[in-house]
Design a protein around this ligand. Structure first.
Ligand code: G3I
Length: 403
């Protein structure tokens, strides 16, 4: 068993120029990620940053896996858009949060406007999920199985699924997804459930509903589309996370984080406030081991969804429209780095309990990872041999580093 001494542990902290995913992993998270969309992949300057797995270890397709695109007419499936993003992530050694299976929006009218019996709509849901999850089997770290099922007051949204099947459509969706890919983590995903309140309490009840029905649910995705200066307190964020774990989830994630200005341009003090707000969310995730990662809903203001929906609002992301890092980037990076440092110095216990399955296996590969580079961890398929003078040490189950 490899036990790091405090001196070697300190060496495991990524260097000054370390990037978000490197830092998040060194702090014990599984990933720091970004959503993206197909038309953005022709922007080479944008792609250069997106494809760097030190920066983003996880990708979410922003649109291409939605029902509107994958089964636009009944029984006719197309995965071209989703495949492009999933293949991009694979090429770049990034894991994928797959998004999303059952949602009232971006739902083709043949589903939303159909007049269905319960057995007919059950069959439609079944076919859609079995086909799509089956297509992506083994390629998704997680699936957002049901998205945005709740109103703000915690009652169920009156969508076609609820109208015809009642709340049972939710456990149904989870059962079918689990049957189609038993290893993908299955999530309920929603917005305005990051802090405590009626909607958060209802989201916790959904976890229980699914479990009581004998179906598998692993996580709750807190979208976190937030507003600068009015985000929940850190203790409210942490309580919400705990409520999902108490209800039976084994993990949570911030799945679509962005923190927008209601009006633009942003002032310097506004940018400072935004940085503080990103810090608060990042700290809430760091405070609980079961928070596996943070995904921002695209990384640059250039491609944010916000201005097209909230007139006059925006500038919600970590990079500006010119792909320049904002104060919020520095804030997130600093908080992760501080946590990585703490984790490397104090968490030798974690290192000693790593399962053998994910321990780095030093091989006689011709490849050699430079000092401080990644050399192992769950889901890692890159080179596991370190350059001369360094050896591969596990920081956590998901990240081993040449130190
Ligand atoms: O595909 C058409 C294209 O053919 C057409 O030329 C173009 C013209 O406007 O529109 C394209 O569709 C747009 C689509 O994004 C793809 O770009 C839709 O109009 C537009 O409404 C759609 O917006 C997406 C939105 O979901 C729809 O609700 C955003 O990109 C996407 O970021 C956003 O993501 C959601 C999450 O899935 C769930 N949580 C909230 C989040 C933000 O709304």
């Amino acid at each position: 068993m490899h036990i790091l001494t405090s001196t070697t542990a300190l060496l495991a902290i990524p260097g000054a120029a370390a990037q978000l995913n490197q830092l998040a992993k060194a702090a014990g998270k599984l990933y720091f990620g970004s959503a993206t969309d197909n038309n953005e992949l022709s922007d080479s300057a944008y792609v250069k940053i997106l494809k760097d797995s030190n920066m983003f270890g996880q990708i979410t397709p922003g649109n291409g896996q939605k029902w509107q695109y994958t089964e636009s007419s009944q029984g006719s499936f197309s995965y071209d858009s989703g495949d492009e993003i999933v293949n991009f992530a694979k090429t770049n050694n990034q894991i994928v949060r797959c998004h999303t299976l059952v949602w009232y929006s971006q739902l083709p009218s043949w589903v939303s406007d159909g007049s269905w019996s319960t057995s007919q709509l059950t069959s439609v849901v079944n076919t859609h999920i079995a086909n799509e999850v089956g297509h992506y089997k083994g390629k998704c770290y997680s699936w957002d199985v049901v998205n945005e099922a709740l109103n703000e007051d915690g009652t169920y949204r009156d969508n076609v699924f609820y109208k015809v099947l009642g709340e049972s459509y939710i456990p149904l969706a989870f059962k079918v997804a689990a049957a189609a890919d038993s290893s993908a983590k299955l999530y309920y995903n929603d917005y305005n459930i990051e802090g405590t309140g009626s909607k958060q309490a209802a989201a916790a009840k959904i976890v229980k509903l699914v479990k009581d029905a004998g179906a598998k649910i692993d996580g709750v995705g807190m979208q976190a589309h937030l507003i600068v200066g009015s985000i929940p307190s850190q203790s409210s964020l942490e309580s919400a996370i705990k409520s999902y774990l108490s209800a039976g989830a084994t993990e949570v994630a911030y799945t679509e984080l962005d923190i927008r200005f209601s009006s633009l341009p942003a002032s310097d003090s506004g940018l400072k406030q935004q940085a503080d707000d990103y810090t608060t969310v990042t700290k809430a995730c760091l405070a609980n081991k079961a928070c596996v990662g943070i995904t921002i809903w695209d990384y640059t203001d250039k491609y944010s969804w916000i201005p097209s929906v909230f007139n006059g609002a925006g500038a919600a992301l970590l990079w500006d429209e010119n792909l320049k890092q904002k104060p919020a980037y520095t804030a997130v990076s600093s908080v992760l780095k501080a946590a990585a440092t703490k984790s490397a110095v104090s968490d030798t216990a974690t290192v000693t309990t790593l399962s053998t399955a994910i321990k780095p296996t030093a091989t006689a590969d011709a490849c050699a990872v430079a000092k401080y580079g990644q050399c192992g961890g769950k889901g890692f398929s890159g080179c596991t041999a370190c350059a001369a003078g360094a050896s591969c040490a596990a920081t956590n189950d998901y990240y081993s580093q040449c130190v």
